[in-house]
Design a protein around this ligand. Structure first.
Ligand code: FES
Length: 139
């Protein structure tokens, strides 16, 4: 019998312009079933957090998604299980091998951990700068 090896899809968090994170690969949002594709809110307005419900289109959320490059891009293969943990009133914690792509497709982070903004207020989007505490971000 012949078994074809399952194709490895890199864990990728794609920033979309004025919109959500498009997440693909092998991942689970903490406390939920594993997924291979999802849109997660990064504007802070979704009524179905951590998932995007399209509210960003009504709130006028603006971020071109082209900035925020991290100083170091690790030379790892972004495959294997990734866990996304939306912290109550806080950031989106990412654990496991992954890469973050700007809205323009540039790799702006690759590594085992990252802390992403999901309140929409960080000055260094897509990464968290702690501003969720100042705006009393709620889930
Ligand atoms: S990014 Fe779509 S609802 Fe927040």
């Amino acid at each position: 019998m012949f078994f074809r090896k399952k194709k490895e899809r890199p864990n990728t968090i794609q920033v979309t312009a004025d919109g959500p994170f498009e997440v693909s690969g092998d991942f689970a949002v903490k406390g939920r079933e594993p997924l291979d594709h999802a849109f997660l809110c990064r504007c802070g307005a979704s009524k179905n957090k951590p998932f995007c419900d399209g509210s960003h289109q009504c709130t006028g959320f603006k971020d071109d998604g082209l900035s925020g490059k991290q100083p170091r891009v690790a030379e790892i293969k972004p495959v294997g299980r990734m866990t996304l943990n939306p912290v109550d009133g806080g950031a989106l914690l990412v654990n496991g091998p992954h890469q973050v792509l700007s809205a323009g497709g540039e790799i702006i982070h690759r590594g085992e951990t990252s802390v992403l903004c999901r309140c929409g207020n960080s000055a260094r989007k897509p990464f968290c700068d702690g501003r969720h505490a100042q705006v009393n971000f709620e889930n």
